[in-house]
Design a binder for this molecule. Structure first.
Ligand code: S3P
Length: 440
């Protein structure tokens, strides 16, 4: 792929309507559930991006039949009872969600399986899932004493134990890993998390006939439990909503580029994913939510109307992080345009994403003129009324690439983004959409 730096010039204003790409989290889960069904599942509006193509390849390696035409994926899985051994090493490439959930599935299957990923994923922590899976009875070996990929599930025939798992950070990937493994356990499996992470797995498994219980605990914590079913009754058709984390780039851009008005249709509005909108409202942003309807896989869908707004700085704390975890880098840009200081705290999880997003955001947004100071678990941005522009690099992180491009639209001199191609991990049409709504 030609991955020359891309210069994003300042836009006069942003106008128009967009349909954002299909949700990455829901696409992964739809394909992985379909692997556990013996009948064919048609997934409408499947995300055809690098991360979710890796998922289709992975389920194929596990023995599923798959096809993808445009955004329609078809998967005929192997069921829960007698899955075959995977025929090759599974390469999860850049995807943290894929590797964590599929490790849960592989240990439940109980066959020998090997896993790897790209350079970024090979540096991300895996003990957070290897630990709980070990408590369930799985034997997993990996680099760094089991902390890193490559990892091997030794395959002791499954036979996972039920039980309760208390996870130290609110992480939908860890929770989902345990729940997917729990589908093949010998009794009730529960996960207690300190905050409420995205609940797509719970919604989808319920739609597959699984008895899933959710309990709210004091202090924002939650307990999710599931009873292992005999088989997974995956609906014949699943429809994936648009990705609010992709919509977030246009929301942020429209808020800071004067005169903008952008409508975004078909956006997933699952309440465990809309924390960014709550933060924006605290900053004084004008974002209207409309037309909310329940989608067929239990996910609410609606539209967003965003207008340029005068913003004020805000404090964003640990309680805000699970509901807005992927959107937090955009605070570097919004904070620069807001009056006063914007403070992000309690966001240490950002350090173990596709890049260390605390230091990468501070350094790369700093290079284009944002006054931003790195803290142990967040950053502080000074409201200076705008962004100068300059050269920055995504470091191969899709969300950094798109965040820097949006900074370019809002800047005085434009931003040249190195490795803009990283956007293809979740949003292959990003630059086309940028052209569509920008008035130069
Ligand atoms: C995801 C969960 C989040 C998020 C990631 C997708 C998911 O990670 O950052 O992009 O689909 O479950 P954590 O659950 O580890 O915070």
């Amino acid at each position: 792929m030609n991955n020359e730096p891309v210069r994003i010039p300042p836009a006069k204003t942003l106008r128009g309507e967009l349909l954002v790409p299909p949700d990455k989290s829901v696409s992964h889960r739809a394909a992985l559930s379909a692997l556990l069904s013996e009948t064919e599942t048609t997934i409408h509006n499947y995300l055809p991006a690098a991360d979710t193509l890796a998922t289709l390849d992975a389920v194929k390696t596990f023995g599923a039949k798959t096809s993808l035409q445009d955004t329609t994926a078809r998967v005929t899985g192997v069921g829960l009872q007698e899955p075959p051994e995977p025929r090759d090493i599974i390469d999860a490439r850049n995807s943290g969600t894929l590797i964590r959930i599929i490790l849960g599935i592989a240990t439940g299957f109980g066959n020998f399986a090997c896993f790897t990923g790209d350079e970024s994923l090979r540096g991300r922590p895996m003990r957070r899932v290897v630990g709980p899976l070990g408590e369930m009875g799985a034997e997993i070996r990996g680099a760094g004493g089991g902390e890193y990929l490559p990892l091997a599930v030794l395959g002791n025939g499954g036979g996972l134990r039920g039980g309760e798992h208390r996870i130290p950070v609110a992480s939908a990937q860890v929770k989902s890993c345990i729940l997917f493994a729990g589908l093949m356990a010998d009794g009730l499996v529960t996960v207690v998390e300190p905050g409420r992470s995205r609940d797509h797995t719970e919604r989808l498994l319920r739609a597959c006939g699984v008895d899933v219980t959710v309990e709210e605990l004091p202090g924002g914590a939650g307990r999710v439990g599931l009873e292992p079913p005999e088989r997974l009754e995956v609906p014949a058709e699943i429809r994936v909503p648009g990705d609010i984390s992709s919509a977030a780039f246009w929301v942020a851009a429209a808020l800071v580029v004067p005169g903008s008005e952008v409508r975004i249709r078909g956006v997933g509005l699952n309440p465990t994913r809309t924390g960014f909108l709550d933060i924006l409202r605290r900053m004084g942003a004008e974002v209207e939510v409309g037309g909310v309807a329940e989608g067929i896989s239990g996910e609410p869908v609606g539209e967003l109307l965003v207008r340029h707004s005068v913003l004020r700085g805000a404090r964003v704390g640990a309680e805000d992080v699970p509901g807005a975890v992927d959107e937090l880098p955009l605070l570097a840009l919004l904070g620069a345009f807001a009056e006063g200081e914007t403070v992000l705290e309690g966001a240490g999880e950002l350090r173990v994403k596709e890049t260390d997003r605390v230091s990468a955001v501070c350094e790369e947004f700093g290079r284009v003129g944002v006054e931003i100071e790195e803290r142990k678990d967040g950053f502080v941005v000074a409201g200076t009324g705008g962004v100068r522009g300059g050269r920055a690099n995504s470091r191969g992180d899709h969300r950094l690439a798109m965040g820097l491009a949006v900074a370019g639209l809002a800047s005085r001199e434009g931003v040249e983004v190195g490795d803009m191609g990283a956007a293809a991990v979740s949003y292959p049409d990003f630059l086309r959409h940028l052209e569509e709504i920008s008035c130069w």
